[in-house]
Design a protein. Structure first.
Length: 345
């Protein structure tokens, strides 16, 4: 891809998300979502491979369907109320359609089937963008319309996402698919608290973005596309192997790492709202996610691969990615636990 086209695509991607996040008019929000979608599609299909083309088509169809549902719901609400204001969604049927459309945008169960396939068909860098940056626009719409969205649909989608995200991830050997199911499970945790405490939702989203970006950077630097590849990480850098292990444990939500904070606060909030069965099921379902994180941790740090020549001198091959962002993200994804009172307030 030429630098000019690359700059245009990145600018469109950023602009589309910012337009959606800053707009109060439904048409502007929809335009931002469409710019965002159309910018990421050529990025997915950069490799000119049948699998990447298929991933781009799947992404386009699902996102276009979700955007059409958002436009339909906003038009229906405008027909009834006479306003295009995002915060004035008062038509019950329009709110239900909008909730379903936003869950499809985020890849929540039962509308999650596109996410693992798209991430598997894209490159690691593009998969990182889809799993992190692409969540911002629909999440901002959820934040603005949360008082009008259907809490029943959100709770059901959250519960199913946490269960199926953990259950399906156990059966995977590809790191991109594991990160996709990890994303589904984390989105489930966010939706569980979205209609109760939006400040915890925002904190969880920021921590998810930090931890997931760190993990993708580590996978890119170590060129680990399968679980088997992670066993060779120690030949690249012992320090990176240690950071990868701690990041995986943080994603799993083990104390005293950063990933424990959002799960702790969400379970506390659900308990305070007398949603004890839901809190119990989600806490038990997080063990499923923890299993495949621990499996990756085991293969990364406790498994030594055979010392053939290519593996032994893997450190001689210089990485094309700048490791500076990793040095900034890794501490944030591991060591935010001491400042919990400040974050919570």
């Amino acid at each position: 891809m030429s630098p000019t086209i690359f700059i245009i695509i990145i600018s469109s991607l950023t602009t589309g998300t910012i337009i959606t996040m800053t707009s109060h008019h439904w048409l502007l929000a929809w335009i931002g979502l469409e710019i965002n979608t159309l910018a990421i599609i050529p990025t997915i299909s950069t490799k000119h491979h049948p699998r990447s083309t298929e991933a781009a088509m799947k992404y386009f169809l699902t996102q276009a369907a979700a955007s059409a549902m958002i436009l339909f719901a906003s038009t229906m609400n405008t027909w009834t109320t006479g306003t295009w204001d995002i915060t004035q969604m008062t038509t019950p049927l329009a709110n239900i359609i909008l909730t379903i459309a936003l869950t499809m945008k985020l890849g929540l169960v039962p509308l999650h089937f596109w996410l693992p396939e798209v991430l598997q068909g894209a490159t690691m860098t593009t998969a990182m963008v889809i799993a992190t940056w692409q969540k911002l626009a629909p999440m901002s719409l959820i934040y603005m319309t949360i008082n009008n969205l259907s809490p029943t649909i959100l709770f059901l989608a959250a519960l199913m996402s946490v269960i199926i995200g953990g259950w399906s991830g156990m059966n995977q050997t590809q790191t991109r698919k594991i990160m996709a199911y990890s994303s589904i499970a984390h989105m489930g945790w966010m939706m569980a608290v979205a209609s109760i405490m939006t400040n915890i939702l925002t904190m969880n989203l920021l921590m998810y973005l930090t931890m997931t970006t760190t993990m993708f950077f580590l996978l890119i630097l170590s060129k680990s596309k399968t679980i088997q590849d992670t066993a060779n990480t120690w030949t690249t850098s012992p320090t990176m192997t240690t950071i990868m292990m701690l990041t995986l444990l943080s994603l799993g939500g083990l104390p005293p790492l950063t990933g424990f904070l959002p799960k702790w606060l969400i379970l506390e909030e659900l308990t305070m709202q007398n949603l004890l069965p839901m809190a119990t099921i989600m806490a038990l379902s997080s063990l499923l996610s923890l299993f495949f994180y621990l499996r990756l941790t085991y293969s990364t740090t406790l498994t030594l691969s055979p010392n053939n020549t290519q593996t032994k001198y893997k450190w001689r091959f210089k990485s094309t990615m700048n490791p500076l962002p990793l040095t900034l993200l890794a501490p944030a994804s591991l060591l935010l636990m001491p400042i919990l009172p400040t974050i919570n307030n």
